[in-house]
Design a protein around this ligand. Structure first.
Ligand code: S3P
Length: 429
């Protein structure tokens, strides 16, 4: 589906609530399925990826009921999961396949996991490698480096895994396998990745030990059902935040957004670039900090983004690239090789598509370099089926001198159903 985005004739004004956090929504359904008892989830993201997690958990025999604004998960404990009669299809979702691989690795059944064309290109060895070290039998294309994956789990033993990448999906997969393993399972990361698994496991009554970059769980712990209130996704909030910063005369308030410190790199970068950001209404929901975030248009300057900041904003880099086209000076993004193995190669795709719209942007080995401010022009650009690329390019349309047409824009439903309706609402003021 093509979507046409026109330049905004006036400032973007309004108050919106972005959809629920994708990472937390996946975990709420998975952990609810592993728990004993009934878990109630509010604020769940009804986007393609998380609906895929529900489908997979149902295939494992878990009863999940979707009510209007609630998801009810009737968990039967980890060992209550059943061997599915068909393959498990995760669609476009890296979080589903990697976390599920960890869960299934501890079960004495056979599972086949597949996904779409994008998933088929994404590295799975980062989870299958450590899960094999824990004694799971895993095979697949190129010996389990790529989908389809075959898993026959059971009889796991705890390991201490020192991960070469700061990845919450890797950390979570190993910890979830660890819950069904003998002894203690420990993961050490090179930099802190998002810690939703640790926080939510605690909310489900699991003891999780943390020491700086090292996290451990002891096997055999039972998850107890709870209520999960999912806050708005800061990765989705990033798009209206960038829009408010670059469209002249804007003032946008985003209510109830998750501001977990492992995710707030985008706020640090906006502030460093001179954006006018205000945080109010701070609260806590299900162990996760939340707040309202207000942005007003301001003069922006370039910055350098690197090191430990990268995992705290990895999903926001496509939106930050658009922001940087409107900032005075040079923005350098480095240490971000992980962008190459997301839903698309986000370095290549952002550079080629933003160039089509007139941006001054170059790819580097581990990121990109952007010089601004540059007036953007209209054109036809491709999301390549990547939701965050689609939304980033839509932001360009708000300030370009002519229509920006985004190909395959339906991918945006993966994480932000209602995105274009929100843009329209903000344009109307
Ligand atoms: C996620 C972790 C991140 C992130 C992805 C969601 C998660 O991936 O990019 O969108 O929910 O754990 P990595 O773990 O590969 O960094």
């Amino acid at each position: 589906m093509d979507i046409h985005v026109e330049r905004s004739q006036q400032g973007l004004i309004g108050i919106i609530k972005v959809p629920g956090d994708k990472s937390i929504s996946h975990r709420a359904v998975m952990f609810g399925a592993l728990a004993e008892g009934t878990t109630e989830v509010t604020g769940f993201l009804k986007g393609e990826d998380c609906l895929g997690t529900i489908r997979c958990m149902r295939q494992l025999g878990v009863e999940i009921v979707e009510e209007n604004d609630k998801i009810i998960v009737n968990g039967k404990g980890i060992s209550g999961l059943q061997e599915p009669a068909a393959i498990l299809d995760v669609g476009n979702s890296g979080t589903t396949i990697r976390l599920l691989a960890g869960i299934l690795a501890s079960l004495p059944h056979a599972f086949v996991l597949v996904g779409d064309e994008s998933i088929a290109k994404r590295p799975m060895a980062r989870v299958t490698g450590p899960l094999k070290m824990m004694n799971a039998f895993i095979d697949g294309r190129e010996f389990g480096q790529y989908t389809p994956l075959f898993i026959r789990g059971g009889n796991l033993r705890g390991i201490h895994y020192v991960s070469p990448v700061a990845s919450a999906q890797v950390k979570s997969a190993i910890l979830l396998a660890g819950l069904g393993a003998e002894g203690v399972t420990t993961v050490t990361e090179p930099a802190k990745s998002r810690d939703h698994t640790e926080r939510m496991l605690r909310a489900f009554g699991v003891e999780v030990n943390e020491d700086d970059l090292t996290v451990s769980v002891a096997g055999g712990q039972v998850l107890k059902a709870t209520k999960v209130d999912v806050p708005g996704d800061i990765s989705s909030a990033a798009f209206p935040l960038v829009a408010g910063a670059i469209v002249p005369d804007s003032e946008i308030t985003l209510e109830n957004v998750g501001i977990n410190p492992t995710r707030t790199g985008i706020l640090d970068v906006l502030t460093a670039m001179g954006a006018d950001i205000q945080i109010t209404e701070e609260a806590t929901a299900s162990g996760e900090p939340t707040a309202s975030i207000k942005v007003r248009t301001s003069e922006l300057k370039g910055t350098t983004i690197s090191g430990d900041l990268i995992p705290r904003l990895i999903d926001e880099i496509p939106a930050i690239a658009v922001l940087a086209t409107q900032a005075h000076g040079t923005t350098i993004i480095k240490d971000a090789q992980e962008l190459k193995v997301k839903e698309t190669n986000r370095i290549d795709v952002m550079v080629t598509q933003l160039k089509l719209l007139g941006a001054d942007i170059e790819a580097t080995e581990d990121g990109m370099k952007i010089v601004g401010p540059v007036p953007l022009k209209g054109g036809v650009v491709q999301s390549f089926g990547d939701h965050r690329i689609g939304m980033s390019l839509a932001l360009c349309g708000l300030i370009a001198d002519d229509t920006v047409t985004i190909k395959d824009a339906e991918a945006i439903n993966v994480s932000y159903p209602g995105f274009f309706e929100h843009l329209e609402q903000l344009k109307q003021g």
